[in-house]
Design a protein around this ligand. Structure first.
Ligand SMILES: NC(=O)c1ccc[n+]([C@@H]2O[C@H](COP(=O)([O-])OP(=O)(O)OC[C@H]3O[C@@H](n4cnc5c(N)ncnc54)[C@H](O)[C@@H]3O)[C@@H](O)[C@H]2O)c1
Ligand SMILES: O=P(O)(O)OC[C@@H](O)[C@@H](O)[C@H](O)[C@H](O)CO
Length: 439
């Protein structure tokens, strides 16, 4: 579920590299619109992965997606979930799609969750609109068909993403069928993962580059960096492709890997997204070239690193590699894309570091600086995309501390009650101001 750029550069790519790839095929469903499925289906699911490094591009046609389907075709999704041969469901539906509230629980008051719960509860349950609702309906069909257990593999950038997916799915299922919730508990393995491969949105220039280099017109290539990483933790009761052949790691304890990636890579990305745009930059590579942004990143990394514990994390080498990856100027990773859905992302990228630093008796200034940059950005950006956009707009109508407290409350209700944190964030609000620009 979630036929986007990342699914195609990562899970579909890993499946293609697996030694037993001939035994597997992926049916990929879009989340909200049919477009991506239509374009891909017209090419029989084939597309080009362009690996883009500073030295140049390399091209590979991916064949592992055998069916590209509009997510609104719930009947096909349910039919496939009820098939015993279906073994794995991956999720790349964005963090915001899990409809988490600031407490990390399913927001059962979110309008689309309410609507899907009503649909599922009705005897004629069909066509839920959210991926979670569709997954619950598919799992009900699998139970009814006695098709056996399977694995749900969350590949979204969320802390403890397997548990998040489990809580969201079971939360939705138990709201209308306690028996289904119990069946899911007993039969569905929610695998946690740390996923990494920087994959920006494809542009028209990318289509032209593929045509020029490959001699065919691919309407749906995906451009990504050479680096790729996948760490997984959990069971696959119905089997899985041999992803380890492409370097995937299966571990018992995923948290240290997850925190390293979410804090160091994604945290720096979010910091650059807000600070960089406030300072007039467009891409990650441009923002990193600005000393003010670069210093803010290094200081945030120092704070994050102080709270990363675990064997074999190689944090200094990881940081050095990140500087190189972010500096790959041939990958035009737009800050505006990364800045989307900030309220959900900062809960995982800034708040845990800030909390850990405060718990250790330190200020957490660098993590607070990311929150300050976000708060300034939300007040100045037009057309902010965020699941809490309306609440953020309302908060920004307030003045002074009340405004900051309202914004902080959306990230973590406890933060908002700590006057010291509000003061700190307020004192950092001017960090990225540039004369004559947004501030
Ligand atoms: N792009 C990357 O570099 C990257 C790297 C690691 C992890 N990820 C994870 O993968 C996710 C998707 O990234 P992408 O680059 O493929 O994005 P994308 O926009 O190309 O694709 C997102 C997919 O999710 C669906 N979707 C989006 N919002 C939804 C919602 N609210 N409800 C239902 N479906 C929804 C879309 O329809 C689409 O199918 C990210 O949010 C992140 O969690 C991305
Ligand atoms: O994909 P998002 O929206 O969760 O976050 C934006 C980027 O930080 C993210 O896509 C990274 O590039 C990716 O996580 C690298 O593996």
């Amino acid at each position: 579920m979630g036929l986007g750029a990342f699914h195609r550069s990562h899970q579909a790519w890993y499946t293609q590299q697996a030694g037993d790839s001939a035994e597997w095929g992926i049916a990929s469903f879009t989340g909200r619109r049919p477009d991506a499925a239509e374009v891909l289906a017209a090419q029989d699911g084939l597309y080009t992965v362009v690996e883009r490094s500073d030295e140049g591009d390399s091209f590979e046609v991916i064949t592992s997606i055998v069916e590209a389907v509009d997510g609104a075709d719930v009947a096909r999704f349910v039919e496939l979930l009820a098939a015993p041969l279906t073994s794995v469901v991956t999720l790349t539906i964005t963090e915001a799609a899990y409809r988490l509230n600031a407490d990390g629980k399913l927001d059962s008051k979110a309008p689309d969750v309410v609507a899907d719960l009503a649909l599922l509860t009705a005897a004629s349950a069909d066509k839920p609109a959210t991926p979670l609702g569709r997954l619950v309906l598919g799992l009900a069909a699998r139970r009814d068909a006695d098709a056996g257990p399977l694995a749900v593999v969350c590949c979204d950038n969320l802390s403890d993403n397997g548990t998040v997916a489990r809580n969201a799915v079971v939360g939705m299922a138990s709201a209308f069928d306690a028996g289904l919730a119990a069946w899911i508990d007993a039969n569905v393995s929610f695998v946690s993962t740390s996923v990494d491969r920087i994959t920006p949105r494809t542009t028209d220039a990318d289509l032209d580059a593929v045509a020029a280099a490959c001699g065919y017109r691919d309407e749906s290539p995906v451009v990504t960096e050479p680096f790729h990483n996948w760490v997984l933790s959990g069971d696959f009761p119905a089997g899985r492709p041999r992803w380890e052949d492409a370097g995937a790691m299966f571990v018992a304890e995923i948290e240290p890997y997850e925190n390293r990636k979410l804090w160091l890579l994604n945290g720096a990305h979010s910091l650059l997204a807000y600070a960089g745009q406030l300072r007039g930059h467009t891409t990650v590579a441009e923002a990193l070239g600005d000393d003010v942004c670069r210093q803010a990143v290094e200081e945030f990394w120092d704070e994050a690193a102080a709270n990363l514990h675990g064997e074999g994390l190689h944090v200094p080498a990881y940081r050095a590699a990140l500087l190189e990856r972010f500096g790959n100027s041939r990958i035009a990773h737009h800050l505006a894309q990364i800045a989307m859905d900030g309220s959900t992302k900062l809960r995982m990228r800034a708040v845990p570091v800030l909390r850990a630093e405060r718990a250790a008796g330190r200020s957490g200034e660098a993590a607070a600086r990311m929150i300050a940059a976000w708060a300034v950005f939300t007040a100045t950006a037009t057309g902010l995309q965020d699941p809490l956009a309306a609440d953020i707009a309302a908060a920004n109508l307030l003045q002074g501390r009340a405004r900051l407290e309202a914004l902080l409350g959306m990230l973590d209700p406890e933060l908002a009650t700590d006057a010291g944190i509000t003061d700190l964030v307020e004192s950092l609000s001017g960090t990225f101001a540039v004369a004559g620009k947004l501030s």
